[in-house]
Design a protein around this ligand. Structure first.
Ligand code: FES
Length: 62
């Protein structure tokens, strides 16, 4: 049971070579400028600066 609780709260940030940061876990994403606050389990954040949907990756890095 302790392992299950630990897994639920674990957040992993993965650097995808030549691509975005993949973040998985129990994530609260907040964008104050656009008044967005969401609880999500997976995010891909742009690292290349080419995305038209920042801060998210839109595959423009390919
Ligand atoms: S990393 Fe994918 S669009 Fe920037």
């Amino acid at each position: 049971m302790e392992n299950n609780q630990k897994k639920k709260t674990e957040t992993v940030v993965e650097v995808i070579e030549g691509g975005p940061l993949k973040i998985t876990g129990n994530i609260i994403f907040q964008d104050i400028k656009r008044d967005i606050k969401e609880n999500v389990s997976e995010l891909y954040l742009c690292r290349c600066g080419r995305s038209c949907n920042k801060p998210f990756c839109d595959d423009s890095h390919k």
